[in-house]
Write a protein that binds this ligand. Structure first.
Ligand code: DX5
Ligand code: ZN
Length: 219
C-alpha cells in the first residue's frame, strides 16, 4: 500500500484558501489535514468550525481533523456536522478517552488519538484496538514549520509492534517537520500516513511536492 499523504492547510494561503483546496483536490494527496487550536491546549489559535464547513463544500477527499483543544468531547457532534471524516483528539486532553472514541465512531467518523512528543506509546496498550488512527506528533503541537524530533522514529517502531501484537487495524500517522527526508525515515519505521504543512505549501510547486511524498516507498 502506498503512503497516505495528508497536506496540512495550516500553511495554506488563507486569502486564497479555495485555490489551495482545489490544488489538493487535483493532487496525489489522500486527505486534507485540518488543525484546530484553542489557545489553551496549545499556545496558538488557528481556525474553527465555519472554515471546516466551507472547505467541506469543495473538498473531494476526506477531512482529517486534528483537534488540539481541551475537552474535545464537547465538539464531536459539531465537527461531524461541519464535515469531519476522521476526528483526532489528544490523549493528553481526554480524561475519558474510551468513551470519547466510542462517541466519535457512533457519529460515523473514524477515531484518531494524537500523542504529544513526551507521551509514551505504551499509554495506548489498553485502547489500541479501539483506535482507527494514531497521530504521532513529531513536533510540539501548535505551530507549523518546526523541526522534526528524531525520537519520534523510535515511537513509531514501538507502536508498530503494539499494533502487530494486538492484530489491530490501526494506522500510524505522523505530524510535524515532515519532508521527503524525514518522510522516508518515517515510512521505513512503519508510518502509514504523513502530514505535511510548510514543506508542501511553502514549496514552489505544492502539487509536485505532494507527489514526491506520495511516491516514497519503504526501503
Ligand atoms: C502542528 C500541526 C501540524 C502542522 C504541521 O501543531 O498539528 O499539522 O501543520 O506543520 P509542518 O508540516 O510545517 O511541521
Ligand atoms: Zn496537525
Amino acid at each position: 500500500m502506498s503512503v497516505i499523504v495528508s497536506p496540512s492547510l495550516l500553511s495554506a494561503d488563507f486569502l486564497n484558501l479555495g485555490k489551495d483546496v482545489e490544488m489538493v483536490n487535483k493532487s496525489a494527496a489522500d486527505w486534507f489535514h485540518l488543525d484546530i487550536m484553542d489557545g489553551v491546549f496549545v499556545p496558538n489559535i488557528s481556525y474553527g468550525l465555519p472554515i471546516v464547513e466551507q472547505i467541506k463544500k469543495i473538498a473531494c477527499k476526506p477531512l482529517d481533523v486534528h483537534l488540539m483543544i481541551v475537552q474535545p468531547e464537547r465538539y464531536i457532534e459539531a465537527f461531524r456536522q461541519a464535515g469531519a471524516d476522521i476526528l483526532t483528539v489528544h490523549l493528553e486532553a481526554s480524561t475519558h478517552l474510551h468513551r470519547t472514541l466510542q462517541q466519535i465512531k457512533s457519529c460515523g467518523m473514524k477515531a484518531g488519538v494524537a500523542l504529544n512528543p513526551h507521551t509514551p506509546v505504551h499509554s495506548l496498550e489498553d485502547i489500541i484496538q479501539d483506535i482507527d488512527v494514531v497521530l504521532i506528533m513529531s513536533v510540539n503541537p501548535g505551530f507549523g514549520g518546526q523541526s522534526f524530533i528524531p525520537h519520534s522514529l523510535e515511537k513509531i517502531r514501538k507502536l508498530k509492534k503494539l499494533i502487530q501484537a494486538t492484530q489491530s487495524k490501526t494506522l500510524i500517522e505522523v505530524d510535524g517537520g515532515v519532508n521527503t527526508q524525514t518522510g522516508q525515515e518515517l515510512i521505513n519505521a512503519g508510518a502509514d500516513a504523513l502530514v505535511a504543512g510548510s514543506f508542501v505549501f511553502k514549496s514552489p510547486h505544492p502539487a509536485d511536492t505532494i507527489r514526491m511524498l506520495k511516491e516514497l516507498k519503504t526501503e
